[in-house]
Design a protein around this ligand. Structure first.
Ligand code: FAD
Length: 472
């Protein structure tokens, strides 16, 4: 069969990993085709992930800040929410970015093909789209088909009141009573949005802490604030059954501990948001027809150059493994394109920061204290409470803190965690410190601007075991 298109580089999937890979390939002179099943580029992150969620979290923060302003003598009154306008704002933010990507593809002469791709062989992909099927022959390929939400099979998914994160971001209504199943980053970000918009929110989490993976002390200020705001959080609890009834979804719960009764009684919710994780799309591409190995869970194994077991086929982003984060996907996309173009490189990132854009935000990078303890590492921890930060006091947000984890023998920074407003922006300095092999005193000796929250990073480097110290 004669191919409809031929190219040196085919990128499958136009999320952050895929569009970065396609643009880099084109910039390096490879004639590139980008295949995406949806009309809009940007993947999960831009269309139904990072970007719309952050636009709505901004709205939530404004609502909360306006309410808090009455503490210092400014009363805005109760918020009046026009849901259509809020949805339009979110869509505008998304549209601006996705249209920008379309322009960037055009500028670079990346040929975008809309449709769902499946491998036919190690050098051919068939794309089924609106205008029928197209056969594309490629010399090299980067698979960047991402992931999708895990759907708990016992739930009645044909009922629109049962939602995944994509459904929730559509903002069909502000439910009176919302249940969030899963207290990870996505679940808690959405809980933050809907609570600010006026929903009565309950969160259930199977593990014994919210946001498993982060240090417990980082979670505490968030848990306390959620409690004050009236969000009911139940740990070690599982939503067992959801039954669709006329007036709501009847949900029953079970304790994670066998034989123990659940801490929450069965009750009706207007909507249920399921945010229990994401599953890779690796198994849905007929990649085996190209000879590409796929794990049982749908991940595609790759080496340090992002190559699969088939040397001219690379894979990147959510479908190659954890952490499933946009900034990991973009770095991998760039690397794969550069290796494909002949550059001799490999993955050298020491750390990948994680951020929950909740209120307060929680951010961490590198080795956590919990991990250090589990591995028996000898570490020191420098911790600075924001109650002593002039900027935090002025903002009325002193619940945060910044901590640095460093190797006790070498004083090199190996991890850090921040909880507080803008923690996500602040963690970048700690990531840089780790990448550069900084000693904790290098941060302490760096002059941070005053009065900023960034000073807390400098101060954490000087406050060791509760006393201000210079480690030398
Ligand atoms: P994706 O973004 O999943 O893109 C894959 C693309 O491939 C999709 O467009 C899909 O349509 C396409 N595709 C799949 N199969 C085919 C096929 N057969 N043919 C054609 N096209 C196909 N990460 C962060 O770093 N920060 C955040 O704040 C953040 N917030 C998030 C909030 C939510 C609600 C969600 C759901 C996720 C969030 N993430 C966040 C995670 C982030 O969205 C992902 O890590 C990121 O999108 C992964 O990029 P990717 O390129 O691997 O794949």
């Amino acid at each position: 069969r004669t191919p409809d298109l031929e190219c040196r580089m085919l990128v499958l999937g136009a999320g952050p990993g895929g569009y970065t890979a396609a643009f880099r390939s084109a910039d390096l002179g490879l004639d590139t085709v980008l295949v995406e099943r949806y009309a809009s580029l940007g993947g999960v992150c831009l269309n139904v992930g990072c970007i719309p969620s952050k636009a709505l979290l901004h709205a939530a923060a404004v609502i909360d800040e306006a309410a808090h302003a009455s503490d210092y003598g400014i009363d805005f009154g109760a918020p009046k929410i026009t849901l259509d306008a809020l949805r339009a704002y979110k869509d505008k933010v998304v549209g601006q970015l996705t249209k920008g990507l379309a322009g960037m593809a055009k500028q670079r002469k990346v040929r975008v093909v809309e449709g769902t791709g499946r491998f036919i062989s190690a050098n051919e992909l068939e794309v089924s789209g609106k205008d029928g099927a197209k056969l594309i022959r490629f010399e090299q390929c980067i698979i960047a088909a991402g992931s999708q939400p895990v759907k708990l099979p016992a739930f009645p998914w044909d009922d629109p009141r049962v939602m995944d994160s994509t459904d929730a971001l559509e903002l069909a209504e502000i439910p009176k009573k919302l249940l969030v199943v899963g207290g990870g980053i996505i679940g808690l970000e959405m809980a933050t949005v809907f609570r600010a918009l006026g929903s009565e929110v309950t969160v259930v989490e199977f593990m014994d802490q919210l946001m498993p993976g982060a240090d417990t002390d980082l979670i505490k200020p968030l848990a306390e604030r959620l409690k004050k705001q009236g969000v009911a959080v139940h740990l070690r609890t599982k939503a067992a059954q959801v039954e669709a009834q006329t007036h709501g979804l009847k949900v029953s719960f079970e304790s994670a501990e066998e034989g123990k009764p659940a801490a929450i009684e069965a009750q009706l919710f207007d909507r249920v948001l399921v945010a229990v994780g994401r599953t890779p799309n690796g198994g849905k591409l007929d990649a085996d027809k190209a000879g590409v190995q796929i794990s049982d869970r749908g991940f595609i194994p790759v080496d340090r150059q992002m190559r699969t077991n088939v040397p001219h086929i690379f894979a990147i982003g959510d479908l190659v493994g954890q952490p499933m984060l946009a900034h990991k996907a973009t770095h991998e996309g760039k690397l794969a394109a550069e290796v494909a173009a002949g550059e001799k490189k490999e993955w050298v990132a020491r750390v990948i920061p994680s951020v929950a854009y909740t209120d307060p935000e929680i951010a961490w990078v590198g080795v956590t204290e919990t991990e250090a303890k589990a591995k028996g590492l000898k570490v020191g921890v420098g911790k600075f409470p924001w109650a002593a930060s002039g900027r935090a006091i002025g903002l009325g947000r002193t619940e945060g803190f910044t901590k640095l984890v460093f190797d006790e023998a070498t004083h090199r920074v190996i991890g850090g965690g921040i909880v507080g407003v803008h923690a996500g922006d602040l963690i970048a300095e700690v990531a840089l410190a780790i990448e550069m092999g900084c000693e904790v005193t290098d941060i302490g000796h760096t002059i941070h601007p005053h009065p900023t929250l960034s000073e807390s990073v400098g101060m954490a480097a000087e406050v060791y075991d509760g006393t201000i110290t210079d480690l030398y």
